[in-house]
Design a protein around this ligand. Sequence first.
Ligand SMILES: Cc1cc2nc3c(=O)[nH]c(=O)nc-3n(C[C@H](O)[C@H](O)[C@H](O)COP(=O)(O)OP(=O)(O)OC[C@H]3O[C@@H](n4cnc5c(N)ncnc54)[C@H](O)[C@@H]3O)c2cc1C
Length: 482
Amino acid sequence: MSLPAHILDAFRAVVGPGGWIDDPEALAPHVADWRGRIRGRTPLLLRPKGTEQVAQIVRLANTHRIPLVPQGGNTGLVFGGVPDESGREIVVSLGRMNRIRTLDAANSCLIAEAGVTLRAVQEAAAGADRLFPLSFGAEGTATVGGFVSTNAGGVHVLRYGTTRALVLGLEAVLPTGDIWHGLGALVKDNTGYDLRSLLVGAEGTLGIVTAAALKLFPPLRAHASAFVALPSPAAAVDLLARLRAASDDRVIAFELISRFALGLAVANIPDCRSPLAPEHPFYVLVELASTDATAPLGEILESGLAAAMEAGLVVDAAIAGSLAQAEDFWRLRHGLSEAQRPAGAALKHDISVPPAHIPELIARGNEAVAQLVPGIRPCIFGHVGDGNLHYDLIQPEEMERAAYLARGAEVTRALHDIVAALGGSISAEHGIGRMKVAELLRLKDPAALAAMRAIKDALDPRHILNPGRILPVPRPMDAAPR
Ligand SMILES: Cc1cc2nc3c(=O)[nH]c(=O)nc-3n(C[C@H](O)[C@H](O)[C@H](O)COP(=O)(O)OP(=O)(O)OC[C@H]3O[C@@H](n4cnc5c(N)ncnc54)[C@H](O)[C@@H]3O)c2cc1C
């Protein structure tokens, strides 16, 4: 059912000329996900220029019961920011709200609008001799609104926490159309329920984030990186603990890469070479960093790895001799998602367990999925310190793509059951979106689910904002627009 023309005109009037798109060709990149796995439909994409326009859009949507889908850089991996196939959802793209409003170095705080890219935030912070530590592969495109709303993690969680730990305050339009002015940027504020924490990671279901106050840190002035071969995932867990202790806790990244993942990177990323012989079961990319430019991180890393080698935890290691070599290590790591594409269909999982359970997760997971689909190829990489693995399962070489994908739900359930048994999470970083709703309902604690439903119903009684993401819509929302 398409939306009546007078309603669409009312939305267009809010944003004015140049503030909307309805041409199918121009809409195309906004209605498909980053990997091109799903394609939805929308009659209209709105590009508000300011918070007041966002509020007017939400009020109008409430009046007419029109579902809205907030969208940033559209790099999300669980279909949360892509309209569904109904043709009724209007997309609200925050791309034109792309100002850094203030940079307050004295208070270590930067206020950025929702459409500013993560890279622009990093660069603005660096320009003021500060660090914004969030970092991940899509940082050139992902936006403040998106990374706040997905509580993004990335490669520095070990030292700085997830996005939730980096947000001091928010400005957002709530589902009623009220503007919440929460940019106070206070480190301490115990005046009741914490709306900021609630909106971070809400995937656009409880409000449209229009700006965020982000926490800055002293810049890092010394770095040392190594690419290390390991006999097992258990060795990775032990090595991390040793290096943290030996370096005064200056490990900033510790990324596990399986042999199969490394092989795909070397085969499929242009000009990518393995720093070590590609015959070992696992590798880690480790980086130490310090705010003290004179910190002897290279020596600390070398002696720490030498001691670990004596203890049998490390088989081989390459310490980056230059910034360029360290960047090559990271290019390999950041290319691991893309490197899988030529290998065939992949069932992707973003799971976490308490870090010490990683070896058991890999052992049990590999066994369970191989029993279901002999020849399945686990491509494992991730953030050991956070207990978070990207556990991607690539189709057997001889199997038909469609036949493999038809087994997807069964394979995913088997893996998620092991995650649940180990006390883990079925979504460590990427969120639930529309992709993982059924698994959330199956595995989330029932009391937590009931509280989540109550929060959604209370704040968004008409289910205007991102309906069907995280939680299913509780009743038919297809009542004719008024
Ligand atoms: C190559 C690659 C690597 C990645 N690596 C990581 C990683 O290491 N760690 C990690 O955590 N994630 C990673 N991601 C996924 C990550 O979640 C997203 O890249 C990013 O956080 C989303 O930002 P975005 O602006 O693209 O948001 P979108 O994709 O546009 O939206 C994501 C969700 O947020 C909602 N949303 C967007 N803007 C707003 C807003 N202003 N207000 C309310 N809701 C909003 C959308 O409705 C949707 O539900 C990766 C993605 C890619 C493609």
